[in-house]
Design a protein around this ligand. Structure first.
Ligand SMILES: [Zn+2]
Ligand SMILES: [Zn+2]
Length: 263
């Protein structure tokens, strides 16, 4: 059994809660400690019950509340070596006895899960995301990548549930108010995937096991929930994936946690 909730998602902060029958974990702490406590209240869980925090990369929308939560609740923190260097630069006071190394392409057993890590293409020092396996259920989280490689697809293939980046609508981004350099960064292989990119990648990794996709990390300026859902559904439908019956496309929000879902 896996239970999960996308607590918050978007450029203003990311955090996802995962739970097995043996424990629970948080992936990223991209909001303030206070906001994180509010999000845990929304899903009727307690931060002190967590078995640890997994960090994907050092961007502030993923680690903003990390130090505060770590000190207050004394939680073990897992990140790869290069990311740890950046975390220490951002927050000098993270207790070293809470530091654990989780490098790319390792598998670790934590809180009842077998967790696999994999590298992504994004402009951080060594960004990685995670796949949670428990009791023949598989949840893949990937919310910051410029493109989805065949190696990534091979690893996340056939997940029961995906938390998947659907960052921007390409036309909205092109016509929008961002400076040219920022647009280039987002559109590059080291930036974020668009609604279309996400859908085409999804069409390669969805199998009969896949029941649900949470579209995540939506840009506040260059995307809309309805638009993202519509574009992704259209492209999946073209690939004979029925988004009315077989695979549910779900929204995420920057401040409202998704209801606890059981895989
Ligand atoms: Zn990032
Ligand atoms: Zn991010």
């Amino acid at each position: 059994m896996i239970k999960m909730s996308v607590l918050a998602s978007g450029s203003s902060g990311n955090a996802t809660y995962v739970e097995s029958d043996k424990g629970s974990l948080l992936v990223d702490v991209g909001l303030t400690g206070k906001k994180m406590e509010g999000l845990f209240q929304q899903i009727d869980r307690k931060i002190e019950d967590l078995d640890g925090i997994l960090v994907t990369h050092e961007h502030v929308d993923h680690i903003k509340g990390l130090g505060v939560l770590a000190r207050k609740y004394k939680l073990p923190i897992y990140a790869n070596e290069k990311t740890w260097e950046r975390i220490h630069q951002a927050d000098k006071n993270i207790p070293l006895d809470q530091k654990f190394i989780f490098n790319p392409y390792e598998t670790k057993s934590i809180a009842g899960f077998d967790i696999e890590s994999f590298s992504v293409s994004h402009d951080a020092v060594d960004p990685q995301f995670y796949i949670f396996n428990n009791d023949y259920k598989k949840l893949s989280i990937i919310t910051d990548t410029g493109y989805v490689s065949d190696r990534m697809k091979g690893m996340i293939h056939g997940s029961d549930c995906f938390v998947f980046e659907s960052n921007h609508d390409v036309d909205m981004l092109r016509m929008g108010r961002y400076p040219w350099k920022t647009k280039q960064r987002i559109l590059s292989d080291m930036g974020h995937v668009s609604n279309e990119d996400a859908a085409y990648a999804m069409s390669d990794v969805i199998t009969g096991s896949t029941k649900r996709i949470y579209l995540s990390h939506l840009s506040q300026d260059n995307n809309m929930k309805d638009l993202a859902r519509m574009h992704v559904s259209q492209i999946l439908n073209q690939h004979d994936i029925d988004t009315n019956k077989e695979v549910l496309i779900c929204d995420t929000d920057k401040e409202i946690a998704t209801k606890i879902h059981t895989l």
